[in-house]
Every structure is written in structure tokens, then in C-alpha cells.
Design a protein around this ligand. Structure first.
Ligand SMILES: [Fe+2]
Length: 387
């Protein structure tokens, strides 16, 4: 009985409109949800890129006023969520649109939780803590990587504890995700690389996760193929619309996979690191990736061999050990090719920081689905190797 229950898998996804120009459906959806006043969550970088004004104009053309909330840090903070919730209430909003990367989208999820419950965002850490429906969420991602626009995750920073915490619930899957590759054209090559590697990590971690299954495997494998085939070329040609669309599609596929299969030690360790040093999420993942693959490989060799094959490595006639080495070399080379060759040490992490980082990483929900069971000492050793 218990073994059959362990085999059960669910799959949750938002309504998705994918393709160039899909962002312009925002007003139609706002009307469908009966919205009278929108809280528009974004950040200064996305404002400067022009996307905030465009969304406002689309909404205004349909007679829907909105109020901006732009005070969102690259790693959104608990107090920013609370400030956004106050703005939502003060202006009598009844729906939330987020345009931006993972930070505005995660902040928007947090604002939705707070206004629905009339509580503090810190009270909702963990899995399935949301008790009442939250306001309609319409998301327009401006990066191809975080997949906050399709996922059941909201990741919020708590500067008091110098850590990030996760809220995992079906309730924070947006009602609709308008995935428009044109909106990613304003990303610079560094952000393109960070978010693209984040998406690749989502696909790999979802595929080797203990929560993986047929419903997520196909998305994870297709995501790996698309990102591996297009990310390096995109970083070299950031204005190429077709490459943008291919990487965006890969990112979306990775998001559908990881939202449902959950993640692993790269993200558990990266959340701890990002909360401690306020570094970009994709960069944190990148610095940890091959070290976690080396740690995990023997726990799920058949899965990692499929990963290697999907990334174009010819595994015929090779020993398991050789495949592991080639997979790690491939990941290191891909990172180098997109300009992400740094180590934890070069990012300012010291050996004396490792105990703090490891302590929080083993408390992160993502560690639970890592293919190899990971104790405090294991995680500390992987951090040391990544220094
Ligand atoms: Fe991620």
C-alpha cells in the first residue's frame, strides 16, 4: 500500500500563452478575472527596459487602472512583500500583474498570500501553508530561467536570519502565465547566462529528483536539449529572437518539470548561499552545479547517463566513471562558454562560512528530493569543494 502511494504523481501548471506578443493578452485576462484595479509588481530594471509602461498602456486601453509597486530587490525581501501588500490594500486592488524576473514574481506571490490571509509573510514558510484563495495572478516573465511564472515555489529572503525561505503551494501557481520571448530581448548577456544556467539546473535536478516521474521526465529532457543546444549561441547573439524563443521554451519546460518533481541539493545549497551573500540565484547554482552532480552521480547513475546523452555526450562503450567525468567536463565547459567560471571563493565565500551555509541548506525543502540523502557533513564537504 505505502509503496503504491509513493508512486503517485501530480502535475500542476498555470494556463500558459507562449509566443511573441503574448504579453498583450494581459488586459483580456484582467477583464476575465473581473479586475477593477491592478497592483503591477515589477522592479527598476524592468521599468527602465520599458515593459512596465507597455503593460500599463495595454491595461489602460481597456479601462483598467493600475498602481505600480517597484521596490523589489534582486532577492525579494520579506519587508518588501509586506510593503507591497500595504500598497495593494491602500489602493483597493483586486488582482496582481507581475512583469519581471523571479524577484517581482516571487514578491507578487508573497503579496497575494499576505493580502488573502491578513498575516505576515514569515508565517507561511514551508509546504502547503496557504489556507484561503489568493487574488488572481497574471505573470509576464522577463527572464528565461527562474520559472516563477509556472512554479509552485515562492522564494523570499529574510535578511534578519540572512537566509532565503521557500513557500511551496499549488496556490502560488499563477492563474495565467504570458510567456513572451520578446520580453527577454532586454536581458544583458550576464543575466541571460545566469538565468539560462538556472533553467538547465532546474531540468537536471527535476530529472534526478526522487519526486520525478513520467509526467515531468519528458519536460525535463526536452528542457535540457533546448537549453544545451541554444544557450551558448544566445549569449553570443543576445538580440536573436529565434534563439530567445528556443531558450524561453526550454526554460518553460524546465519550470513545468521542477515545479512538480521539486529540486535537489543545488537549489537547497543555492538558497542558503543567496540569502547569506545576496548573490544572483543563477550564479549561485552555477558555482555549485558540477560539485553536486559529482556528489549525486552514483546515487542515480541511470538517470545521470540519460542526462549526459541528452546533453549530446556519446556514452557508447564508456564506463560509468568515464560518463560521470565527461558529464562534469561538459557542464564546466558550458558554464565557461557563457562566462560563468567563478567559484564560491571568488564570490566572497570563506571556509569559515560553510557551517552556517550547510546548516540552512539541510533545512531547505529542496534537499528532501535530492537523489542522494545528504547530511550536514555531506553538504559542508560539497561547499568546501566548490570554494
Ligand atoms: Fe532556480
Amino acid at each position: 500500500m505505502s509503496s503504491s502511494i509513493a508512486q503517485l504523481r501530480k502535475f500542476v501548471a498555470p494556463e500558459i500563452i507562449f509566443g511573441d506578443g503574448s504579453r498583450h493578452a494581459v488586459a483580456n485576462y484582467a477583464q476575465t478575472f473581473g479586475a477593477h484595479r491592478i497592483l503591477l509588481v515589477s522592479d527598476p530594471g524592468v521599468l527602465a527596459a520599458g515593459w512596465v509602461a507597455e503593460v500599463e498602456a495595454d491595461l489602460a486601453a481597456c479601462g483598467i487602472p493600475c498602481h505600480r509597486f517597484l521596490q523589489v530587490s534582486p532577492n525579494p525581501r520579506a519587508e518588501e512583500v509586506m510593503a507591497g501588500a500595504r500598497v495593494y490594500r491602500d489602493y483597493g486592488c483586486d488582482a496582481i500583474v507581475a512583469v519581471g524576473g523571479g524577484s517581482p514574481m516571487d514578491c507578487a506571490k508573497g503579496i497575494g498570500i499576505v493580502v488573502a490571509h491578513d498575516g505576515h509573510i514569515l508565517d507561511f514558510e514551508g509546504v502547503d501553508t496557504i489556507r484561503v484563495p489568493i487574488p488572481p495572478l497574471i505573470f509576464i516573465p522577463s527572464t528565461a530561467g527562474t520559472s516563477a511564472d509556472v512554479s509552485q515555489f515562492a522564494i523570499i529572503s529574510d535578511p534578519q536570519r540572512r537566509m532565503k525561505f521557500s513557500i511551496i503551494s499549488k496556490s502560488v501557481v499563477p492563474d495565467v502565465s504570458l510567456i513572451d520571448p520578446q520580453v527577454t530581448l532586454t536581458m544583458d548577456p550576464f543575466l541571460t547566462a545566469c538565468t539560462g544556467v538556472d533553467a538547465l539546473v532546474h531540468a537536471i535536478e527535476a530529472f534526478v529528483s526522487t519526486g520525478s516521474g513520467p509526467l515531468t521526465d519528458s519536460h525535463a529532457l526536452e528542457a535540457m536539449r533546448l537549453i544545451n543546444a541554444n544557450l551558448v549561441a544566445l549569449v553570443d547573439n543576445p538580440h536573436d529572437g529565434e534563439l530567445r524563443a528556443q531558450v524561453m521554451l526550454g526554460s518553460m519546460q524546465a519550470g513545468l518539470a521542477f515545479s512538480n518533481a521539486i529540486l535537489g541539493a543545488v537549489h537547497a545549497m543555492s538558497h542558503s548561499l543567496g540569502g547569506f551573500l545576496d548573490l544572483p540565484h543563477g550564479l549561485c547554482n552555477s558555482m555549485l552545479l558540477e560539485h553536486v552532480v559529482a556528489f549525486n552521480f552514483e546515487a542515480a547513475p541511470e538517470r545521470f547517463i540519460r542526462v549526459a546523452q541528452t546533453l549530446g555526450i556519446d556514452c557508447r562503450g564508456l564506463s560509468q566513471q568515464s560518463i560521470k567525468q565527461r558529464l562534469i567536463a561538459h557542464l564546466v565547459e558550458l558554464k565557461r562558454a557563457v562566462g560563468l567560471a567563478g567559484t564560491l571563493g571568488s564570490a566572497g565565500v570563506r571556509s569559515s562560512d560553510v557551517p552556517f551555509l550547510a546548516e540552512h541548506a539541510v533545512e531547505d525543502p529542496c534537499i528532501l528530493t535530492n537523489p542522494r540523502r545528504s547530511c550536514l557533513r555531506d553538504v559542508a564537504v560539497v561547499y568546501e569543494e566548490a570554494l
